[in-house]
Design a protein around this ligand. Structure first.
Ligand code: F6P
Length: 364
């Protein structure tokens, strides 16, 4: 089967570097392989509803440094469980995958490039099971996909989070406060761990190492006794106490990932203030981590991923996801790509490194 026309979509939460992938896919497809590219709006929603348009070189010119995605995205639209509002105003879930296939026929799409995290790529795998030639491209600031050493978007989020730690240091020191920085990452602690190490956080709390609040408070007290009258705590949104639960901020009906985490920073701050008697403040970095200009690394990785995705399509090596292994761009079966989350290993060299320089994880 000679691929002549492909669709490209971005699904799930946005992240810096998406436009670098889109640009690389369009330029490579048009220049090297004479393959036409159709941009699908708002993730799988555009596929089901048939909202798409051909992309030319001029459409992707000048977008490399731009955050977000020129295509739009959705973290709710799933063709297999499509949320629609019924006449009674209530939400209903329908299987609209047949319509997605029909739209692909209508727009003459021979294959799909799906750029997303585990939710988007799991749906891509289901599309492949229906016979659609698919290539996945891994994105997420959380860096939680096991099949790639790193996802693009992570480096940009890390830069923002590290700057956050840096900026909190001076105000924490001036006011003799505990400053708690809550960062994203879902069920993985990569952003908190790396920003904590890079920024010199005194305490790092991550989902993979359940904490005891008494131990966190002891560390803050220990520092006060040493004359360090401030502390910086970097807490991942998915961090949880040893005998407790993660803090859920809200649920999102109809989403492939209905649970939104958030609020643990406030919990930790409240306890530190009460137990230690030091004034504590919380900063929730939130979507600032996902917005804005991608770092050079994320543009570089996104570009390499985009080129590799088109090469796989041209070679007719379908149902695969591009990935980074060491310094090399490789690919892995889509099935394997979405089957395992990549989380921080508590015994890893990285965690030991942090402990070596005196970082407290609230467990010892
Ligand atoms: O997966 C990326 C991510 O930013 C997570 O770190 C965070 O938990 C979630 O998405 C936030 O989602 P939303 O944009 O729907 O609030």
């Amino acid at each position: 089967m000679k691929i002549k026309r492909i669709g490209i979509l971005t699904g799930g939460g946005d992240c810096p570097g998406l436009n670098a992938v889109i640009r690389a896919v369009v330029k490579t497809a048009l220049r090297r392989f004479k393959i036409e590219v159709v941009g699908i709006a708002d993730g799988y929603a555009g596929l089901v509803e048939g909202v798409m348009r051909p992309l030319q070189d001029s459409d992707v010119s000048g977008i490399l440094h731009r955050g977000g995605t020129i295509l739009g995205t959705s973290n709710r639209a799933n063709p297999f469980q499509y949320a629609v509002i019924g006449e009674d105003g209530k939400m209903m879930i329908q299987d609209r995958s047949g319509e997605a296939l029909e739209q692909m026929r209508k727009f003459g799409l021979d294959a799909l490039v799906a750029i997303g995290g585990d939710g988007t790529l799991s749906i891509a795998k289901k599309m492949a099971d229906l016979g659609v030639p698919v290539i996945g491209v891994p994105k997420t600031i959380d860096n939680d996909l096991d099949a790639t050493d790193v996802t693009f978007g992570f480096d940009s989020a890390l830069a923002v989070a590290t700057e956050g730690v840096d900026r909190l240091h001076s105000t924490a020191e001036s006011h003799h406060r505990a400053m708690i920085l809550e960062v994203m990452g879902r069920y993985a602690g990569w952003i908190a761990l790396r920003a904590g190490i890079a920024g010199g956080g005194d305490v790092i709390l991550i989902p993979e190492i359940p904490y005891e609040i008494e131990k966190v408070c002891n560390e803050v007290k220990r520092r006060i006794h040493l004359g360090k009258r401030f502390s910086i705590v970097v807490v991942a949104e998915g961090a949880k106490p040893k005998d407790g639960e993660i803090t859920v901020q809200r649920t999102v009906e109809g989403s492939t990932d209905p649970i939104r985490l958030g609020g643990v920073g406030q919990v930790v701050a409240g306890r530190i203030e009460k137990e230690v008697g030091i004034e504590s403040r919380v900063v929730v970095l939130g979507h600032l981590q996902r917005g804005g200009t991608p770092t050079p690394f994320d543009r570089w990785l996104g570009t390499r991923f985009g080129v590799a995705a088109v090469e796989l399509l041209a070679e007719e090596r379908f149902t695969r996801m591009v990935c980074l292994r060491g310094q090399n761009i490789e690919s892995v079966e889509l099935e394997k790509a979405v089957s395992k989350l990549r989380r921080v290993e508590p015994q890893s060299e990285e965690v030991r490194t942090a402990r070596s320089v005196g970082t407290c994880f609230g467990d010892e």
